[in-house]
Design a protein around this ligand. Sequence first.
Ligand code: ATP
Ligand code: MG
Ligand code: MG
Length: 385
Amino acid sequence: MDSQVIGILGGGQLGRMIVEAASRLNIKTVILDDGFSPAKHINAAQDHIDGSFKDEEAIAKLAAKCDVLTVEIEHVNTDALKRVQDRTGIKIYPLPETIELIKDKYLQKEHLIKHNISVTKSQGIESNEKALLLFGEENGFPYLLKSRTMAYDGRGNFVVESKEDISKALEFLKDRPLYAEKFAPFVKELAVMVVRSLEGEVFSYPTVETVHKDNICHIVYAPARVNDTIQKKAQILAENTVKTFPGAGIFGVEMFLLSDGELLVNEIAPRPHNSGHYTIDACVTSQFEAHVRAITGLPMPLDFTKLSTSNTNAIMLNVLGAEKSHGELEFCRRALETPGASVYLYGKTTRLARKMGHINIIGSSMLEAEQKLEYILEESTHLPS
Ligand code: ATP
Ligand code: MG
Ligand code: MG
């Protein structure tokens, strides 16, 4: 299995967890990112590249050391990736064309609409008051004004509650390419990880429920607390979505569940995803290993994306930088006291609300996992017996 070397653009926590999964298979990984980033901390290879993963020459240097390149982030220079691919013949998964479509959230929406995937009504929009007023009048308030590019953790989004908000929205997102999106009155947010093999086969992980706080993923329930029909429908929608992107690798598909059971795709991530971190402890194969297998052409047998046992229930809690210095570590300490909980810290410098790590909690029922979560969050002083 060690015949291929994987180059990773980006050395954050997702890169770090890809490194972990690859090393268990003796697959060497080389990181391209600035400085001593989290993925480099745990990878003693000498030939990492210090530099921007947007820099073409740095990508070419990485390609010269590797058999396949992958990304831990979609905000990369896809033109540079394409040129390096043409020049060197290096394999790149996900395909640069796929990343290009996904990193512009409006191009992504147009692509999904073209392939009959249900999404919230979206429209490219000029950055002026008249256009924003017209969208609100035609589609109702509130609606979302979103940056097409460089968006994460809701930082490129503005909820336009009424016409009084229009000038604030323009001010907030000024100079960014924009699109507008109708408000989805969701009852839950769901997500499904899907891995696609080099042969184009897709395998979905269980449907999970994501809870956001201030636009940042906070808690994930796996499986989602929805009935089996919705569970299955979401997996099929996610598989159909990922089938529209040629190439190989893991994808996260975020969705809205409406009160009548309808599902709309919110957005796609062409990489491991925060909503899939629970897979490390709860599934036969983690999302990170699935990605490694997919892009190197290793076997992907039946059911390898399933929950480990029929009564495995998991909750993932993100460890976000706290106001109090290292305050977030108090949750981690309580997690260490909790049976069935595992702590993952990423080696990042603390900043308020920054993703510092995550905690996976396993229970033989969701109630048991929830009780453990309450203990970790200091909402209860008792661990379930
Ligand atoms: P991520 O970190 O997931 O990449 P992002 O910055 O790309 O986030 P979105 O996923 O577009 O942002 O939106 C963040 C959150 O805002 C969603 O998870 C959802 O809670 C809410 N949201 C986004 N779009 C809509 C919508 N059309 N209707 C209702 N709520 C929405
Ligand atoms: Mg996003
Ligand atoms: Mg999102």
